[in-house]
Unconditional design. Structure first.
Length: 317
């Protein structure tokens, strides 16, 4: 009983935090107290906003073109003359850029990851993927990997001899997840769901790296008060802004959205999740780019904040 009481107290504090954060971020004059979460009452729906971005001016576009012509792109997104081919498998072509990798282990590992994720999502990729291994980038919020979709899909993996193999596997599995998502869910343009699904696909390797399951990680975030509310972080800004907390926030949000997606699959089924992933595509209206959120209400009859409460209760009870 004592342990159960502690868990309910933690859950209560999280849900109160979620509700009070809305009040703080939006202002009490625009929202009433009924939005504060409770353990027994579904919170008032908080629809996700459509985000609006100003389009680049003609001068800005010309400046970018000339910058690329004279200085080259900020980052090459496919193999170049600086990349040497060092191996092939049934599904990948491996290149190295100033990197010393345990080649035999890595070639076997990427195939192992491919078959794990292919089985998990029940699909195969039609073309080989380029993998470029490069030294880690400097600075705050440096990526561990990146995936680009050009004529051929290219996965960048940033690692050196000091990078743990568990991290290399998890980072690659996450990036390969994006390739499967791109193939199976081409309209999944929502960053949070895309990143969460890529992490869900990489679960076996992510868990081995973090040495904790998705749901146990959520319990840890709650206990340590590092939990980041999903509905307030749908744009994933905290995962990529250049701050010293960036990588920690990124791992927290990727784990949270992966666990949340797992809950949606178990509770409501894969078909509904596929419908959620069919996001209304961005469009340009009056020189502004409109980015639409996933339609949780249409698919589940609840908004994200309401589903988030149900998911948290299922984990923390």
């Amino acid at each position: 009983m004592k342990k159960r009481s502690v868990i309910f107290i933690v859950l209560f504090l999280i849900l109160i935090f979620l509700g009070s954060t809305i009040l703080i971020s939006m202002g009490t004059k625009d929202i009433d107290s009924s939005l504060v979460f409770s353990l027994s009452i579904t919170p008032t729906a908080y629809p996700l906003p459509t985000r609006t971005y100003k389009q680049a001016t003609l001068l800005e576009k010309l400046t970018n073109i000339f910058s690329t012509l004279f200085h080259g792109p900020a980052m090459l997104t496919e193999p170049s003359n600086n990349d040497r081919e060092i191996g092939k498998t049934d599904h990948f072509v491996l290149f190295a850029r100033e990197n010393d990798t345990d080649l035999s282990w890595f070639l076997a590992e990427v195939e192992h990851i491919y078959f794990y994720e292919s089985s998990r999502i029940d699909t195969n990729l039609s073309e080989k993927i380029n993998i470029i291994i490069s030294v880690p980038e400097p600075g705050l919020c440096a990526p561990r990997g990146a995936t680009y979709f050009n004529e051929t899909t290219t996965i960048f993996l940033f690692a050196d001899p000091n990078t743990p193999k568990e991290q290399i596997s998890a980072a690659f599995a996450h990036e390969l997840g994006h390739a499967f998502i791109h193939s199976l869910y081409p309209n999944l343009t929502d960053t949070a769901l895309n990143e969460g699904m890529a992490t869900w696909l990489a679960e076996k390797f992510w868990v081995a790296w973090k040495m904790n399951s998705f749901d146990n990680e959520i319990r840890s975030f709650a206990k340590e008060q590092s939990y980041l509310p999903l509905y307030l972080n749908q744009d994933m800004t905290k995962a990529y802004e250049k701050t010293k907390e960036c990588l920690q926030n990124r791992d927290i949000l990727l784990t949270e959205f992966a666990s949340f997606i797992d809950f949606l699959m178990r509770e409501y089924g894969v078909d509904r999740l596929s419908s959620l992933f069919n996001v209304q595509q961005p469009e340009i209206i009056d020189s502004q780019r409109l980015v639409y959120p996933p339609n949780y209400q249409e698919v589940y009859g609840l908004e994200l904040n309401q589903l988030e409460q149900k998911w948290l209760i299922s984990i923390l009870e």
